[in-house]
Design a protein around this ligand. Sequence first.
Ligand code: FES
Length: 103
Amino acid sequence: MFVPLLASSELKEGERTVVHAEGRDLALARVHGVVYAIDNVCPHRNGELGRGDLQGYHLYCPLHAWSFDLRDGKAFFPQGAKVECFEVKEEDGRIFARRKPQG
Ligand code: FES
């Protein structure tokens, strides 16, 4: 089920932020007009990915610079690391996300 996160106007092009939804924190970013959502918690030592630098489709952890692709949650560095990636939609001026079906 999609849950509402924030208003579309609160996340402008090239911005990233952290939102709390369904008992967890998500890192959100808008790249080329599209909003992406991944787990906010870095699997290295729990850095907040949504507080890190956004470069292209990559969010860099603010603690030790592991970087994650917003499109699939996979790390560019180090290879093999991964965070959960969420399905996002924008509707009626709001941003929603839900867990992707497993499989
Ligand atoms: S906590 Fe994210 S890279 Fe170390």
